[in-house]
Design a protein around this ligand. Structure first.
Ligand SMILES: NC(=O)C1=CN([C@@H]2O[C@H](COP(=O)(O)OP(=O)(O)OC[C@H]3O[C@@H](n4cnc5c(N)ncnc54)[C@H](O)[C@@H]3O)[C@@H](O)[C@H]2O)C=CC1
Ligand SMILES: NCC(=O)COP(=O)(O)O
Length: 343
């Protein structure tokens, strides 16, 4: 019998709902039917958090925490199964006391240390993947660290040339060409080279990681009405169309550039395996309208498995027992069955 696969679950911004989600998820797991628990027999979930933060949050939520403390790589060898009721926790030092809902830039180091530990463990193949609870990008920047998201952080940490953010529900997959950029910078960031790299990663991931032999991808235009024949912007003509044509010349089912306003209608979406949107707020509002709280955010193109929840820190819900765990379940399930992409 092979070793169980360990997923590292980073709890993100300590003043947000990340710690709550880890605790609530573990509690919900214990309430599953034993047949449903069985799916997780070969998986261990290691929570990365500060011990005091997690214990205080457990008290606030009235959740009985049975921690199994881990602080060395060696200790990973004997993690208890989820069904034991113990929650394996790797405790990291935190810089300042935490009040739920109250951000403190002093704790940005702690948040980044969790990400680094999880990424290191993945790169060294100690972890089968990392699942991230939300961080607050603003407070990390307030601490003087240039940080735009997990996606970009992990791209840099792993030395990946290009990565792709994709959010997926059971019914819809939406990937992005650009991620966390001011709208003003989006058009300039969309080059033929970038679009080609993003499409390559998306196409290969759908084949390898989702087992779709010949993916059909719908690609949004950038401008209203996909540029209206060049009258409302020419990025479609100059950049997007030539790249898509090279894929079509290879027999690949890449459709577009399509006007984004009607691309997301049932008729157009029918039979598509993924949508490629040009920027964050072109694709994600639709995905979240369709399945907020049930989607996973998956970073494609990394040499490791990384999934995440589809929502943010929801500071106002921290410590109140009102955070929903649906997206964390989806993110954990996705990471449990995924294998890294092989280029
Ligand atoms: N993966 C990550 O690390 C992400 C981090 N963020 C960060 O989160 C911060 C707050 O972002 P917002 O735009 O306010 O989005 P948000 O997702 O935190 O909140 C939006 C709305 O959804 C609700 N909500 C979010 N998660 C919920 C859950 N699990 N259960 C029930 N209700 C939930 C909130 O109460 C709020 O009404 C920002 O700093 C942003 O950068 C945002 C998205 C993803
Ligand atoms: N809207 C998704 C988001 O902001 C998550 O970004 P990341 O932290 O996963 O890069």
């Amino acid at each position: 019998m092979s070793q169980p696969a360990i997923l590292a679950l980073t709890t993100g911004e300590p003043a947000g709902i990340g710690p709550d989600l880890a605790l609530q998820w573990m509690q919900e797991y214990q309430q599953l039917e034993s047949t449903e628990q069985t799916q997780w027999d070969h998986t261990r979930v290691l929570v990365l958090a500060n011990a005091d933060v997690l214990q205080a949050r457990a008290r606030q939520l009235g959740i009985g925490l049975k921690p199994y403390w881990v602080n060395t790589w060696q200790a990973l060898e004997n993690l208890p199964p989820l069904s034991s009721g113990y929650l394996p926790v790797w405790s990291l030092p935190i810089q300042a006391p935490v009040m739920p809902g109250e951000l403190n830039p002093a704790n940005a180091t702690y948040v980044l240390d969790m990400l680094t530990l999880a990424a290191q463990g993945c790169m060294e193949k100690r972890f089968a993947g990392m699942v991230t609870a939300p961080v607050h990008k603003g407070v990390i920047n307030d601490a003087g660290v240039d940080f735009s998201g997990h996606t970009e952080f992990l791209q840099m940490y792993t030395g990946s040339r290009q990565v792709v953010m994709m959010l997926a529900t059971a019914r819809l997959r939406v990937a992005l060409v650009t991620t966390h950029l001011p709208l003003r910078a989006v058009a300039d960031a969309i080059t033929q080279e970038k679009l080609q790299q993003v499409l390559e990663i998306l196409y290969t991931s759908l084949q390898q990681q989702w087992g779709i032999a010949q993916p059909k991808i719908l690609v949004c235009g950038l401008n209203p009405h996909a540029g209206e024949g060049g009258h409302l912007g020419d990025e479609e003509i100059q950049i997007i169309e030539p790249v898509l044509q090279t894929y079509r010349d290879q027999g690949k089912n890449i459709v577009g550039p399509l006007p984004a306003d009607t691309l997301f209608t049932e008729k157009v979406l029918h039979g598509a395996d993924a949508v490629l949107a040009m920027y964050h707020d072109q694709g994600l509002p639709v995905l979240k309208h369709q399945g907020f709280g049930q989607a996973a955010n998956i970073t494609l193109g990394l040499p490791i498995v990384r999934t995440s929840v589809d929502h943010g820190t929801a500071l106002e819900l921290a410590g109140r027992g009102q955070a929903h765990t649906g997206s964390l379940w989806t993110a954990l399930q996705a990471a449990r069955v995924m294998r890294p992409l092989i280029f």
